[in-house]
Design a protein around this ligand. Sequence first.
Ligand SMILES: C[S@@+](CC[C@H](N)C(=O)[O-])C[C@H]1O[C@@H](n2cnc3c(N)ncnc32)[C@H](O)[C@@H]1O
Length: 313
Amino acid sequence: MLFAGGKLCGNPNFAATHQVRDRWRVKLTASSGIEMEISGLDSDGRQFKNADEMWREEVGDSQKKFDWYRNGVGYWQGVEASVEGVLGGYGHVNEPDINSSEAFLNTLLAHLFPNSGRNQHLVALDCGSGIGRVTKNLLIRYFNEVDLLEPVSHFLEAARENLAPENLLVSEDHKAVNFYCTPLQEFTPDAGRYDVIWIQWCIGHLADDDFVSFFKRAKGGLKPGGFFILKENLARSGTGFVLDNEDKSLTRSHAYFKELFSRCGLSIYNMKDQKGFPDELFPVRMYALTTETPRRAGSSRPKRQSNRPGLIK
Ligand SMILES: C[S@@+](CC[C@H](N)C(=O)[O-])C[C@H]1O[C@@H](n2cnc3c(N)ncnc32)[C@H](O)[C@@H]1O
């Protein structure tokens, strides 16, 4: 599970009690492709020698893949449409989560957009939006239009209500526009619509192949200079991934994400670790991803060093 007991994390003692010693390694194949050799665990303590072994079992044929997504969405269909519900009983992390996200977003807007995006008509997409928590508390204040994508209909209905103009404290030129009731793996955004595509605590529901094809399609939804923000739990250092058997989601390590970003043709422009969450939760990291190769000498982009997290290399 993503969240403790329930969702924002796994059992805090889980990785320690199931000592995974093999770590991960990335192996160069003869075809010069890169094949992941990342070992991991499931929430019942089973060990997998690599991600392929786990994915074969979970999504290895069309019926299994159908079941994977049905069970993932099915889990959330049984959850109350509230902040407490989407945060797995950790509603009190809402505030530190939003504060850190806002600081990260501000840094990026300042570096990537002229005049920090002020006087521009900005548009964002909130993926796996749940009840619209991130949009309501953050995105709607910075973006003139926000679209929401969420496969669970009672969450999306709650989002529609939460974001109705009479329930918002923003000016009239900031509004939630489109509410898409669909999962990420089936979604293709309108070409060139978004400045920012925000993906928080939902990408773990996607199998690797769908992860890659989603980002490849979604790149076409970005305006020139637009970027992705991915905010996600990380498997603790020494564990390549943790499969949650109950909600059918995967918590990946930084090395695992890096490999997938490279397959998507995305660069990490910046990243920052979430602070101020309870210790028993998985670490959480924010990634800003661009479609451009990072510039080198003389670059004016922020120095990555200052944000480099110490936990996972
Ligand atoms: C932990 S909640 C996070 C909600 C929201 N991003 C937030 O931070 O408040 C996970 C969300 O992912 C959604 N989800 C599950 N499977 C998904 C899929 N295949 N595509 C998109 N979203 C999915 C769930 O319905 C749920 O709303």
